[in-house]
Design a protein around this ligand. Structure first.
Ligand code: ADP
Ligand code: ZN
Ligand code: ZN
Length: 744
């Protein structure tokens, strides 16, 4: 945006972003008595309809499409300087265009709630001498030594913060006495902590770095610190990727630059932070959804003002301003939690790529099971592929066993072979991990006499039986009801639980092994804040036990004592309508398997399936996620699906299905009129969503798949404009999802 410093501000209009569902900016006149031009990124308050709202200056122009008498002036200017630095601001504008999302909402994602609502940056209070105080000689107050000390201190410094005075042993009563004598006064101003300080090597590092293996060394040496490049660091869990991050960050900090580390929500364990704190003396801040508004503001400001050297955060931290960014690291880059699934549907990983490139700094993506997108980017030469082989310390690969459960008698989901294996491991004093990606007791409640099934009133889904908080729960709309004592249709007492969830597996294991300790790990059992921490402490004692749980077990946590991993049901993903289901299954199984035998003990992985001959199991069991990934990458190429093409989903939902479907049918006609369907631009649907009815709304989707990114985006932009003026789109809730994670 050209910034002309106009003297005649009355010829200037500001384009302001406010939080509204409209994909446009709003024109305002300069505020009364404006002296200089307001820069993009400055917050203002403006009249908006009947309200007064906080907005952000995006640009200024010399002409407005609106008549002058319709325009109102900006009410107040909230900031002297933009809160969002120019490069990040550009990235946000790019993201709004790329994800077709209203700009006000996108810009808001770079600010903590307090600032979004027009609040102040963190304030700090200071003390200084009053005019009267300044007139005193430095030997005044000699009869009160403490007061004299304070006087002398403030004579030496213009002002001192509360903290520095406390550090100099000045007590509150002393401050009060001088205040009463009107010798000193206090004032508040924006907190400004000094940029993090590294006094030479010793002061920066709190512990010596490990000496790197050849692969780690080679990976680190490839990283160029003064230019943009994306690197995919591909190494199994335990291969030492984190150590490479730590050493790359060391280099960055030595150049007085900051490091941003993005991690999946689930990995945000105290251990992660502890590992960074053990290595570095510089301030580290955490940014995640569990912070209070106040904590979030402080962490944000530490990053933005440059006082924090390392910022560790989940998805939303991709937009946190930094004073002097030096590197961005995305750990577990394949993790689907980096994609926001509602509202502003961005991918934090992809935003990080764009941000690093605009900042001209390196981006390090790490994973034991890289996404097909990133592997494809390596094939295309866009990313550099850094491979770290083997586990650190040479722990041996787990042995794989595919357990064919066709025709076999299962004991509530467990085959005899698996039960025996668990028994053997327990006898040897080992830990066992049982993985089942379904929480609750049983996914279906059915009447044996009439076939009645407990369904959710609001969704096309069965209700899940839960025993922990007893009742029937819907996993899609969160509605709950009591367990019926008898069948509501025929009053039979014969209500059967079909299938199994983690609660039932826990009960089964406890019944099979009455003396063993069984821990369940899922969203229900780890609800309280410290539950997971306590469990991890318990498990780290290395006593024999069985852990049974959902994908929470597969991510983030280290279980060095686990000698056997059991995957109870590997089949569900083989027949899913989600085109990424196989990729996700392979990642999950590889990650779960990666938990086995991490300590000194060799591990074993047992996978129960009705389809053991499926090629993906064969490839995975050869310890080759890479070969597995190649296999499905070629399948995607064959069917011209992402990453070989670019996809976008248009979703529509309404409590009457006809309206939502009708809108998408019209949208398709519009799209075809703009660009007839062809092999380079395909339209699929509209079709019902995988769960057609959810939370009382009927849901449909229309998919666009284009080989040319630019063409797809031009089309999406036009479609957005069309949807915004289309009458039938007003009551239907619609959204656009670029690079969708789930079903196409
Ligand atoms: P990843 O991030 O790939 O899972 P980590 O960096 O956490 O791997 O390393 C796994 C374990 O190996 C950690 O306990 C770590 O301290 C150790 N480790 C990693 N690199 C080295 C090294 N070069 N020398 C000694 N130990 C190492
Ligand atoms: Zn019945
Ligand atoms: Zn429901």
């Amino acid at each position: 945006m050209p910034q002309t410093d106009l003297k005649m501000t009355d010829a200037l209009f500001y384009q302001v972003a406010v939080q509204s569902p409209l994909r446009r900016l709003f024109d305002y006149l300069p505020p009364a008595n404006a002296r200089s031009t307001l820069a993009p990124g400055v917050r203002v308050t403006v009249p908006f309809g009947k309200r007064e709202v906080t907005g952000i200056i995006v640009s200024n122009t010399l002409s407005s499409g609106y008549p002058l008498d319709k325009l109102k002036p900006i009410t107040t200017v909230l900031d002297d300087a933009p809160l969002i630095p120019p490069i990040l601001f550009d990235v946000l504008l790019w993201a709004a265009r790329y994800y077709q999302h209203p700009i006000g909402d996108v810009l808001a994602s770079a600010l903590p709630t307090v600032l979004r609502k027009g609040g102040d940056l963190p304030q700090q209070s200071f003390w200084r001498l009053s005019t009267h105080g300044k007139g005193l000689p430095n030997d005044a107050l000699s009869r009160a030594p403490k007061q004299q000390a304070l006087l002398q201190l403030l004579q030496q410094h213009d002002s001192l913060s509360r903290e520095s005075l406390a550090a100099a042993d000045i007590s509150t009563p002393t401050l009060r006495s001088l205040l009463k004598k009107e010798l000193i006064e206090s004032f508040t101003t924006t907190a400004s902590h000094p940029a993090f300080n590294i006094n030479g090597e010793l002061a920066l590092l709190a512990e010596p770095p490990l000496s790197l293996s050849n692969d780690q060394q080679a990976a680190l040496q490839q990283v160029e610190f003064h230019a943009y490049n994306s690197y995919l660091m591909d190494g199994e869990t335990g291969s030492g990727k984190t150590e490479v991050y730590l050493q790359a960050i060391t280099t960055v900090l030595r150049h007085y630059r900051q490091a941003l580390v993005l991690i999946p929500e689930i990995n945000l364990s105290p251990q992660t932070l502890a590992r960074f704190q053990a290595r570095f003396n510089c301030p580290i801040v955490l940014i995640h959804s569990g912070l209070s508004e106040r904590q979030r503001l402080d962490a944000w400001w530490a990053a933005a003002s440059g006082s924090a050297g390392i910022i560790i955060g989940t998805r939303s931290a991709a937009f946190v301003p930094m004073k002097s960014p030096g590197i961005i690291i995305v750990d577990e880059e394949h993790d689907s939690s980096f994609k926001q699934q509602e509202g502003f549907r961005y991918s934090a990983r992809d935003v990080a790529v764009m941000r690093a490139s605009r900042e001209n700094i390196p981006l390090l993506l790490g994973s034991a099971t890289p996404s097909l997108e990133s592997l494809y980017n390596c094939e295309q030469g866009r990313y550099r592929h850094l491979i770290i082989k083997g586990r650190h310390g040479g722990a041996v690969q787990p042995e794989w066993q595919l357990v064919d459960i066709r025709h076999s008698q299962l004991n509530t989901g467990f085959s005899q072979i698996v039960i025996e294996a668990i028994s053997t491991q327990l006898a040897q004093g080992n830990q066992i991990l049982v993985f089942l990606n379904r929480r609750g007791f049983a996914p279906t409640l059915m009447c044996h006499d009439c076939g009645w099934v407990a369904n959710c009133k609001h969704c096309d889904a069965h209700l899940t039986v839960h025993t922990q908080r007893p009742g029937l729960h819907c996993h899609h709309c969160e509605s709950r009801q009591a367990l019926p004592p008898t069948c509501p249709d025929c009053s039979s007492m014969q209500l059967n639980y079909l299938g199994q969830g983690t609660e039932r597996s826990e009960a089964t294991l406890q019944a099979l092994f009455p003396t063993a300790t069984v821990h369940r790990v899922d969203r229900d059992s780890t609800g309280s804040k410290h539950a997971m921490e306590e469990l991890m402490q318990e498990v780290s004692k290395n006593e024999p036990c069985i852990l049974v749980g959902t994908q929470m077990l597969a991510k983030g946590h280290h279980f060095p004592g686990v000698a056997l991993v059991v995957v109870l049901d590997a089949d569900t993903s083989l027949f899913s309508t989600d085109f990424r289901a196989l990729e996700k299954m392979g990642q999950l199984i590889t990650q779960v398997a990666g938990r086995a035998g991490r300590g000194a003990k060799p591990g074993k992985v047992m996978i129960q399936s009705h389809h053991c001959e499926h090629p993906v199991f064969e490839l995975l069991s050869q310890h080759s996620y890479a070969k597995f990934a190649q296999h499905i990458l070629r399948e995607r190429q064959f069917s011209a699906m992402p990453p070989f093409a670019n996809a976008a989903l248009i979703r529509a939902e309404f409590h009457q299905g006809g309206e939502a479907l009708g809108l998408l049918q019209k949208a398709r006609i519009y799209l075809e009129s703009q660009m007839p369907s062809s092999p380079t631009m395909r339209y699929l649907g509209p079709f019902p969503a995988a769960l057609e009815k959810r939370g009382g709304r009927y849901r449909y989707q229309l998919t666009l798949i284009g080989t040319e990114r630019r063409t797809l985006h031009t089309l999406l932009e036009r479609l957005c404009r069309w949807l915004e003026q289309e009458k039938s789109a007003r009551k239907v809730r619609w959204s656009i999802d670029v690079d969708p994670q789930d079903t196409i």
